[in-house]
Design a protein around this ligand. Structure first.
Ligand code: ATP
Ligand code: MG
Length: 395
């Protein structure tokens, strides 16, 4: 049997050079170590275009599941590290061929050490000949069922027959910090995942309206934060008490404008939290047209309270596409738990779909909202959420 003893990790999207490349690799290396932090006897090596993780007796399936969540990895393989002597390569590749129940194969050799005495093609041909002679496998260069890859280095070689797709994107945290408005719904946790995939570090702000929203609603948001933080490491969640402001809005603005104004206030508060915490952009789980407050006209009027960029990774997604992603990242079942959030309680009957800035300003001039904002922001609570080892940790 082949003993796969080393994981070979390939990087993705590496069009960058120089310092950026170095930062990419350093961050990815850190993130890989973080993802595998449960194992203390792994040995890591990083090179210009690979990370190698030497295993002892860990479960490869478990390791694979963890690595699939690390952004910046384009693919990875379980390999056997052997001497680069051609006789050894022949013998170990033949072993792979003998272990398989596949019918066709192809050899693919890459020399990292160009001083190796044989060319890649020669190695391929020699080993393929050996396999053809001793097994019933046939060569298929176009669609082989089994691809045997060899990487030849100066003192060793890595042999593998799998290539597992990685999560792609950029290593989480490499592209700066963004403040995501995180509700307990389906969309915003998916937005968190998309932002992290672009290499952003996500910090979250949640607006709670106790006692109209329950402690369970807050726990649910922290649970969701815990689930997505698996992709970046711990996540800060700022919890803002929105009750006073919300009640005031319902007193002063008419029913149709309440949601629009509420969302303008959320953006104002979020901007302050972002500025205090070095976040360079805000983010939401909005998608054009999904609800009244997400028509383009609403977004336009709401967005005018801030000059910060507002990232909306789901802006052009259909709800079904968002749900598919939520299922894939494992947040869906928690998102649909029936705990009320602040928007569902103060749900107006006839929200305006084409609000005007003039009317928003008219309603907002009726009370001193700045002092409400100041108080809410000053009294925010910050929770630091660690990746959930299992969901029950939170719920
Ligand atoms: P989600 O599924 O993310 O809750 P939604 O379809 O319910 O989204 P809205 O309630 O209109 O849509 O919210 C749009 C976006 O506003 C959310 O994706 C989130 O980014 C933000 N948001 C809404 N409510 C809150 C809240 N209570 N705290 C923080 N952010 C919120
Ligand atoms: Mg919501």
């Amino acid at each position: 049997m082949v003993k796969y003893d080393t994981v070979l990790i390939r990087y993705g999207e590496l069009t960058t050079k120089g310092k950026n490349r170095k930062d990419f690799i350093t961050r990815l290396f850190k993130n890989v170590k973080y993802a595998l932090r449960a194992y203390d006897d792994l040995v890591y090596t990083k090179t210009y275009d690979r990370i190698y993780v030497k295993l002892t007796d860990q479960d490869p399936q478990e390791i694979a599941e963890k690595l699939k969540k690390v952004f910046g990895i384009s693919s990875f393989s379980f390999t056997e590290k052997v001497s680069n002597n051609i006789e050894t390569l022949k013998e170990r590749c033949l072993q792979i061929a003998q272990d398989t129940d596949k019918k066709t194969f192809k050899m693919m050799t890459k020399r990292h050490d160009k001083s190796y005495p044989m060319h890649s093609d020669e190695v391929n041909r020699m080993i393929a000949g050996e396999i053809l002679e001793h097994t019933d496998l046939k060569v298929d260069v176009h669609q082989p069922e089994l691809m045997i890859r060899i990487e030849i280095h100066a003192e060793s070689a890595y042999i593998t027959s799998d290539k597992i797709p990685g999560a792609g994107g950029y290593p989480a945290g490499i592209n700066g910090k963004v403040l995501l408005m995180l509700s307990g719904g389906i969309d915003s946790p998916v937005a968190a995942y998309q932002l992290m995939k672009r290499g952003l570090k996500v910090e979250a702000v949640h607006f709670a309206s106790p006692p109209y929203t329950s402690d369970n609603a807050k726990k649910k948001v922290l649970a969701l934060a815990g689930m997505v933080s698996e992709y970046q490491g711990h996540m800060k969640v700022h919890i803002i008490n929105f009750t006073d402001l919300q009640l005031q809005i319902y007193k002063t603005a008419g029913d149709p404008y309440a949601i629009t104004i509420m969302r303008r206030m959320m953006f104002r508060e979020a901007e302050q939290i972002a500025l205090k915490n070095d976040c360079l952009a805000l983010a939401t789980g909005e998608s054009v047209g999904q609800v009244a407050s997400q028509t383009l006209a609403s977004m336009n009027v709401i967005n005018q309270v801030t000059v910060m960029p507002v990232l909306r990774p789901l802006v052009c997604y259909d709800k079904v596409e968002i749900i598919d992603l939520a299922r894939k990242i494992g947040t869906y079942e928690t998102s649909i738990l029936p705990f009320e959030d602040c928007c569902t309680i103060f749900d107006p009957k006839n929200p305006v779909t084409h609000p005007t800035l003039r009317k928003c300003e008219y309603y907002e001039a009726k009370f001193d909202y700045a002092s409400f904002i100041q108080k809410a922001v000053d009294e925010e609570e910050t929770a630091v959420v660690e990746p959930a080892e299992n969901e029950e940790d939170f719920l």
